[in-house]
Design a protein around this ligand. Sequence first.
Ligand code: TEU
Ligand code: CA
Length: 571
Amino acid sequence: MPHDAAWWKSAVVYQIYPRSFADSNGDGIGDLAGIIGRLDYLLALGVDVLWLSPIYPSPQVDNGYDISDYRAIDPLFGTLAEFDALLARVHELGMKLVMDLVVNHTSDEHPWFVESCSSRDNPKRDWYIWRDVHEGSEPNNWGSLFEGSAWAWDQTTDQYYLHLFDRKQPDLNWENPQVRKAVQDIMIWWLDRGVDGFRMDVINFISKAEGLPDTPAIPGQRFAIAFDGFADGPHVHEYLAEITREVFGGRGGDFITVGEMPGVTPEQARLYTDPARGELNMVFQFEHMFVDQGQQNKFDYLGFDLVVLKKSLHRWQAALAEIGWNSLYWNNHDQPRVVSRFGDDDPDYWAASAKALATVLHGMRGTPFVYQGEELGMTNYPFRIPQDYKDLEAVNYFNHVVESGGDESAALAGLAKISRDNARTPMQWDVGPNAGFTAADPWLPANPNYIWLNAAAQIDETDSVFAHYQALIRLRHESPILVDGDFTPLMAEDPQIWAYTRTTPDGKLLVIANCGRGPRTVEIGPAWIGANLLLGNLLDTPATSTSTSVDLAGWEARIYSGLRRGGVDAG
Ligand code: TEU
Ligand code: CA
């Protein structure tokens, strides 16, 4: 396989959720100055790119994913001058910075929507999606991802507007060329300021099905989440290619673009990320995030099966092997913590399982993303009561269960497992008050386990979760096989072992992990005799493999490097 010069193929991205990262001014909310103060930590981790969740002015209904001004910084987080200082420092340190672009919808407090709402003949009326039906009969049966109908009634102008998320997040009408131009101008404005790319929020939702047809009804439910109606719609590829032309055209190729795409299929993803089509570098697919959740109700926790999880990710490896590129992630600000979800957060297995999961993810082909605190093995929060939740998705869901006479204790159990607040508790820096995140009352409490689980306790330890992430990131930079090698799954049906190889004509890697507590002996064959251990997650593993099998302790993971000569196994 020819080596591809695209720099982001050997890069690792780190996601910062600014509100929960570091508070510099003692108001309990993380901010830009807080990030500046922690850049040395990120440099030590070794990541190449920082992605900031939204920092623009916002009513903060959805923690900044409801933007009211695309060309400024919310005073909560700082000023444009502080942003420029952050960007300059990030560049000085040799890293890049990516902004979150949330343009499927705006806040209802954005001047565009305020105008659009003001009258039916306002020039911005058509910037949003309005429908002319009478109150009490929604234009279609689409449900909002945040409960209830996706339509809200506007009393002033007697029409409904579409909001796939909260009613304070009206969807923009991308069919209007003025909207597309306005978005492109925003992107150009930030690129001119020096940013290195964009993570594009729910960008596969921007083109809706012609005529906004009903989605198949769910028995007993008035509304249903209509992925068939709003995901990967008829014009989405055209709109993305237009962005590439109008925004990135002529600027050279140093940027990175990743489109967040709930519900995207591998076939669609191949189109979005085919370099020849000029749309996006990579997408965030969701298939592996849905494996333990109910289809219509994500808080319906189904338990999880390692075989299903493996097969899903392997399917994506295969689908984007020849054309396109994968992103690799376990966590972000919307997902529960992976060590509690697919690992084992019992103190005896916590560190090993966090490292094992990191190993199997970072061993795959694609660009790895690390979400703040994941590199420390941060866990889910011990939520108990409804009042523990701050996220509107969780709050709306629980209210809906109460109002509809549903099972409240089941709902609380599901929320504890799945809720987005799990990811949003403060970054655990040290043993100081509130995990060193803030001197004041934090907006969301720190996980009480910060007493032993924190950055200060890990950064200088050679066998910490942090050190393991450092080693994986270094490997990504140093090993062309990890970047380019072909992916071949092994033992796909094994419910406990996760194993695969990566190969190029010059060499091969074996990634193998025991995803359970019990020890396992795994037959790997003669081809790996003499292979070198590149990385392991337990101490004192022999540096060379001398047998046709490996003995793996509970949650043990290893990466072996073997030689190939003339394209055949040397072993
Ligand atoms: O999320 C898109 C999305 O569909 C889900 O991942 C979302 O978290 C929700 O739980 C669906 O049930 C993006 C952002 O990442 C998220 O934070 C925003 O709330 C959402 O879009 C709206 O902008
Ligand atoms: Ca602050």
